[in-house]
Design a protein around this ligand. Structure first.
Ligand code: SAM
Length: 286
């Protein structure tokens, strides 16, 4: 973080004054992205599925610049190298590291692990975790509201010959659906979901529902976004999965961790990327 004051969610949600400097500036950037920018595969995926979609995230994880002509590939490389996406890739590394530790501590006591990501997208990171543990009792449940992301994950698994990962459409915020998960998870992951919602109460309620759905000794892993250096650019130019401008609400780690503690969880560890954009938090139900 460079100490510069970041624009607030409320400020970024307001439409710009017509013919103001910012109205021209961001209008021009939007025009560039919507025309020349579309030569990049990543930018095209973002406009089609939403820049916050699971499908977009999977392309960012893959991190292989592609585009129409040489210029498209160059734009794609610049896009994928943006600090937010670099932070997302570090978040994936941290997420996998934390899950490996959880698996190892379960393995030591001869316990199998069932991981459920409640808003998984294609869930490349869990596919990779599954690949790393071929002889361990590891089951994975990937849930999302978006069929497109789930289908991409199913295709990825069948291409790689991976079994033991179930994909199903489900609302992450429904307590009944959470409780009735089959197989029953002993690790619930909420990665990249809370950051998409601006209402704090939804998150607090979700943490309470997750606490109820787990048994004691089980784990809760969630991500948070305390900072982003390109908030204004994103809010003024990039559409989300609902085709609205993607306005992010940042939350301090301490605040979100205090909600998990209030839900009943005990903090185990937190990892933060080098840009301080994304944290990965591990909590346990005692
Ligand atoms: C940024 S992606 C995160 C994907 C994955 N968890 C990861 O970290 O790699 C956010 C996902 O949340 C999904 N999503 C949004 N609202 C949801 C809801 N109410 N229930 C389930 N999934 C939801 C989106 O479809 C999208 O795939």
């Amino acid at each position: 973080m460079n100490g510069k004051k970041l624009p607030r969610y409320e400020e970024l949600s307001k439409p710009l004054i017509i013919f103001s400097y910012k109205w021209f500036k961001w209008g021009l950037v939007r025009f560039f992205l919507n025309t020349v920018g579309r030569l990049s595969n990543g930018v095209r995926i973002g406009f089609r599925y939403g820049f916050d979609s699971g499908t977009m995230l999977d392309y960012v994880y893959e991190n292989k610049p592609e585009g129409l002509f040489f210029i498209g590939k160059l734009i794609d490389k610049a896009y994928l190298d943006g600090p937010g996406w670099a932070g997302i890739r570090q978040r994936k590394v941290h997420l996998k590291g934390i899950l490996r530790e959880v698996i190892e501590s379960n393995r030591k006591i001869n316990k199998g692990t069932v991981i459920m990501d409640v808003a998984s997208g294609p869930c490349r990171y869990l596919i990779e975790i599954k690949q790393e543990h071929p002889r361990y009792d590891l089951k994975i449940l990937c849930r999302d509201m978006d069929e497109e992301g789930l289908n991409l994950g199913r295709k990825l698994c069948s291409r790689l010959g991976i079994e033991g990962i179930k994909y199903e459409k489900a609302d992450a915020f429904s307590p009944e659906i959470l409780k009735n998960a089959n197989p029953k998870p002993n690790v619930i992951v909420v990665s990249g979901l809370y950051e998409l919602f601006t209402n704090d109460e939804i998150i607090k309620k979700s943490m309470g529902n997750i606490f109820t759905a787990l048994n004691s000794g089980d784990y809760f892993v969630f991500t948070n976004q305390p900072y982003h250096p390109q908030l204004e650019l994103i809010a003024r130019t990039l559409p989300n999965r609902r085709k609205e401008f993607w306005v992010m609400r940042l939350r301090s780690d301490n605040e979100v961790k205090s909600w998990a503690a209030a839900a009943g969880f005990k903090h185990v560890k937190t990892l933060l990327d080098t840009y301080s954009i994304f944290s990965v938090n591990l909590f346990q139900k005692q």
